[in-house]
Design a protein around this ligand. Structure first.
Ligand code: AMP
Ligand code: MG
Length: 456
C-alpha cells in the first residue's frame, strides 16, 4: 500500500487513524469471503453476506396507527360530523365492503384501513351514538335518545346509505353512529401500503451488521435464517517473560496474562473469532515462531514488546519475517508505541503491553480492521461533547485518551477523568465508560468547558 508505506514512522493520531481506515477500505474491496447460513437470532452481531429484500410491501396494507374510526376525509371536510358506523375491523381482520360516503368503520391500531376510507379519527375525538329506528312511522334522522345519553338532532347531517343491509320495515333496530369532533386530512393516522418499502426493495444491504433493529427487519421479511460472512479469525499473542497464564499461580515478580483476555473479549465484541496463542517469551526465536503461527489467522494482534526496552523484540521479529510497517507509533497517550503493518498479505498490530494501552489502541485502530475483515463498513469513533467537571492539567504534544466517566443526564452530560495510576491501571479502565480526549495543543482544560469524549 503506497500511501501507508510513505507514511511509516510515528504519526499523529489523525494520520494513523486515516492509514488504518485506508487499509480497511482495501480489505473491504477484496471481496472473497466465505459465508454461512445461520438461524436469524444467531445472526446477532454478524454481517450480512446477501441483502435482505422485502418479500411484500411494508406495510403490506394501509395500516391504522390509532384506535378510532376509519373515515373518508372528504366527508368531514364537507361538514359532516355524524357518520354511520357500518362495521368494525380489528388487527388481523379485513373489512371487505368499501366504505361509502357518510360511513365509518371502527378500527384498531394495526388493522387494515378498508377500501374507501383514507384516514382514521382517533377514538378520543369521537362519541358513539346509537339510534332506535322504527321504520313503521318514519325514515331518516330525528331527535332521539341515544344509548350513551347523547342525542342525534334532526338537523345533524346523515347521509342515507343504501348499499348496506336495510332494515325491514316491520322491525325496530338500533343503528350505530359516531360523532366526529375533529376533522382529519386524508392520510392522517394511516401509513399507506408500501410507504416504508415496496415488495422487492432492498431492506438491508450486504455488509450490514445485524443489531436488534436489523434482526427485527429481517424477521418481518420472513428470514428465518440469514446468510452471513464467516467471522475473521484473530490471533492474539501476548509477549513478555513476566507473564503467566491466568490459571497459573504467579511468582512474586510475575503477572497474569490479562491482555489476552481483554483482547479476546474486544475481538468477540466487534465480530471476530479470537484465537489465543500461548504466551511468547522475550526471546526472538520462540517469539518469531509464534508470530508465524499467528499470521496464519486473518489478522494478528500482538501485545507488549513494542517499546524501546532492551527486550522489546516484536518489531525485530516481524522485520525478520519481511514485515512492512505502515506506522511504528502514534502521537497518543496511552498507546504511543503502537505499530501497524503486514507480512505478505496478513495484517498485524503490535499493541503496547500496558493493559489500558492495549484497550485504547485496540479501540482506536484494531477494531476497525476486524470489522472490515468481517465484511462490514468499519464503525467510526463515537464522540460527544460533555461539560468537564473539574480542571484538568496535562502536557502538550500527544492526543490523550484518558479513562473517564460520562454522566449527568440526557441534556447536560458531564465528564470526569477517573483516578488512575497510568496506563497499567486496569481498575481505572474497568471504572471508565468513555475516554476524555485532550488535543495535543492543550495543556489545561477548565472546569465547565465543553470537551470531546469518545464513547467506549
Ligand atoms: P511492554 O509493552 O511489554 O513493555 O509491557 C508494558 C507493561 O504492560 C508491563 O508492565 C507489562 O508487565 C505489562 N503487560 C505486558 N503484557 C501484558 C499482558 N499480556 N497482560 C497484562 N499486563 C501485561
Ligand atoms: Mg514486555
Amino acid at each position: 500500500m503506497n500511501t501507508a508505506a510513505q507514511s511509516a514512522g510515528v504519526l499523529s493520531f489523525e494520520d494513523a487513524y486515516e492509514v488504518v481506515r485506508e487499509y480497511c477500505r482495501r480489505i473491504l474491496k477484496a471481496a472473497d469471503r466465505q459465508t454461512e447460513e445461520i438461524l436469524l437470532l444467531q445472526g446477532l452481531g454478524r454481517v450480512l453476506a446477501e441483502p435482505v429484500v422485502a418479500d411484500r410491501d411494508f406495510p403490506p396494507f394501509p395500516r391504522a396507527t390509532r384506535d378510532g374510526f376509519a373515515v373518508r376525509a372528504e366527508d368531514l371536510a364537507s361538514g359532516l360530523t355524524l357518520l354511520r358506523v357500518v362495521g368494525q375491523v380489528r388487527a388481523g381482520d379485513t373489512y371487505d365492503l368499501p366504505v361509502a360516503s357518510g360511513e365509518a368503520v371502527e378500527i384498531m391500531t394495526g388493522a387494515a384501513v378498508p377500501v374507501g376510507a383514507d384516514a382514521v379519527v382517533m377514538v378520543e375525538y369521537t362519541e358513539r351514538k346509537s339510534k332506535e329506528i322504527n321504520h313503521k312511522g318514519h325514515e331518516g334522522p330525528q331527535r332521539e335518545e341515544s344509548e350513551d345519553r347523547g342525542t342525534i338532532a334532526a338537523d345533524d347531517q346523515i347521509l342515507d346509505i343504501s348499499i348496506h343491509e336495510k332494515p325491514r320495515p316491520d322491525e325496530n333496530r338500533t343503528e350505530e353512529f359516531v360523532e366526529i369532533q375533529r376533522t382529519v386530512i386524508a392520510g392522517e393516522n394511516v401509513v399507506s401500503a408500501g410507504a416504508e418499502a415496496r415488495a422487492g426493495q432492498e431492506l438491508l444491504p450486504r455488509g450490514v451488521r445485524l443489531g436488534s433493529a436489523q434482526i427485527a427487519l429481517a424477521a418481518a421479511a420472513g428470514k428465518a435464517s440469514v446468510n452471513v460472512y464467516r467471522k475473521p479469525r484473530v490471533a492474539i499473542l501476548s509477549t513478555g517473560d513476566e507473564l503467566v497464564e491466568v490459571a497459573e499461580k504467579p511468582g512474586p515478580s510475575q503477572i497474569r496474562n490479562s491482555n489476552s483476555y481483554s483482547l479476546a473479549a474486544m475481538v468477540a465484541e466487534c465480530g471476530g473469532e479470537p484465537v489465543q496463542l500461548p504466551i511468547a517469551p522475550d526471546e526472538e526465536g520462540k517469539l518469531t515462531e509464534l508470530i508465524q503461527e499467528g499470521l496464519k489467522a486473518d489478522t494478528l494482534l500482538l501485545s507488549g514488546g513494542v517499546s524501546m526496552g532492551k527486550f522489546d523484540l516484536v518489531e525485530q521479529a516481524l522485520k525478520s519475517l519481511g514485515a512492512q510497517f505502515f506506522f511504528t507509533g502514534a502521537m497518543i497517550q496511552p498507546g504511543k508505541p503502537v505499530v501497524f503493518g503486514e507480512v505478505g498479505t496478513s495484517p498485524f498490530f503490535g499493541l503496547p503491553g500496558n493493559p489500558v494501552s492495549v484497550m485504547v489502541t485496540f479501540e482506536l485502530f484494531a477494531q476497525q480492521m476486524i470489522e472490515a475483515l468481517s465484511g462490514a463498513e468499519p464503525s467510526r469513533l463515537k464522540s460527544v461533547k460533555a461539560k468537564l467537571k473539574k480542571d484538568f492539567k496535562t502536557k502538550t504534544g500527544l492526543t490523550r485518551f484518558l479513562p473517564a466517566m460520562l454522566d449527568g443526564g440526557l441534556y447536560d452530560p458531564e465528564v470526569e477523568v477517573v483516578q488512575w495510576q497510568g496506563s497499567g491501571d486496569m481498575l481505572a479502565a474497568a471504572r471508565a465508560n468513555c475516554y476524555l480526549v485532550v488535543p495535543p495543543d492543550r495543556e489545561k482544560l477548565a472546569k465547565g468547558e465543553m470537551v470531546t469524549v469518545v464513547i467506549r
